[in-house]
Ligand binder design. Structure first.
Ligand SMILES: [Zn+2]
Length: 282
């Protein structure tokens, strides 16, 4: 008997196996394809998610631990010193900032400076001296005024107590106390007794008159005297404070520091600048 192959014997079974094999392959193929798609989708989703996440913050570098500093001795704090306002001596007769007015007299009443000199090179009607510092400053001012075309003449400088007493008493005899007080200071109350005050006039005239303030010399002195330490002492309209009517010829030496400060502050009156009360009357 001829042996027959199994296929021949069981042709139906062979066919069935082939179908099964094809189906199995197809399953595998489908499974692999699905796996690839899932992988792709999943991977894409991952990429999408990553690209939409905020940029990860970069943690700041941790500061390196500082080396333990060598303990230094605690510095003693500098004491805070408030700049005190300048204190000027307004009482001592020899102080260049002494203040004499109708309320304030020199003490002693017949005080006289010991450093009087006659200014050199300046026309001087009575030859009156001034204190050395005021005289030197006046000489500089005279040079500057001459250079500006407005040289001046000294009418009056230092007057001692007795001369001032003679002037005042003469005016009282002439017109009474009220009349005298309007025109001149009582003895020991005159700035001329300090040796720091000077009366000036120029080529235009107006000697000891209010019109001197309108002359070129008067205007130059009013505007420039501070540079040499002088101030116009009795301005127009300040009688309620300084006690005197306008005297555009009367200049007082107070030193460049005070004179410049008053100029820079537009301060007209020495009393106000130094914090002293007004002195309208005796
Ligand atoms: Zn005067």
């Amino acid at each position: 008997m001829v042996s027959m192959s199994e296929q021949e014997v069981f042709p139906g079974r062979r066919e069935n196996r082939a179908i099964r094999d094809r189906k199995r392959k197809r399953k595998i193929t489908i499974g692999v394809a699905a796996g690839v798609i899932v992988a792709l989708l999943g991977g894409g989703a991952t990429v999408w998610a990553v690209s939409n996440q905020p940029a990860p913050e970069i943690a700041p570098a941790k500061p390196k631990p500082k080396p333990t500093p060598t303990p230094e001795p605690t510095p003693t704090p500098e004491p805070v010193i408030e700049p005190a306002p300048p204190v000027y001596d307004v009482d001592t007769p020899s102080s260049i900032s002494v203040v004499v007015n109708k309320q304030r007299s020199l003490n002693p009443i017949d005080w006289a400076p010991d450093d009087l000199v006659t200014p050199e090179g300046i026309p001087n009607v009575w030859g009156h001296p001034l204190r050395a510092e005021a005289s030197a400053a006046l000489q500089q001012m005279y040079q500057a005024a001459s250079d500006a075309g407005v040289p001046f003449t000294i009418t009056s400088g230092y007057r001692d107590y007795w001369l001032q007493k003679d002037i005042y008493d003469g005016l009282v005899a002439q017109g009474g106390v009220e009349f005298a007080d309007q025109d001149t200071a009582r003895p020991s109350h005159s700035e001329h007794q300090t040796g720091l005050a000077v009366d000036l006039f120029g080529a235009e005239g107006c000697q000891l008159s209010a019109c001197f303030g309108e002359t070129a010399t008067g205007i130059w002195l009013r505007d420039n005297a501070y540079q040499f330490g002088y101030i116009l002492r009795y301005h127009d309209g300040e009688q309620a404070i300084v006690g005197y009517t306008y005297e555009p010829w009367h200049f007082r030496y107070v030193g460049v520091e005070i004179a410049t400060a008053m100029h820079d502050q537009d301060e007209l009156n020495l009393e106000t600048f130094l914090g002293l009360p007004p002195a309208p009357t005796n």
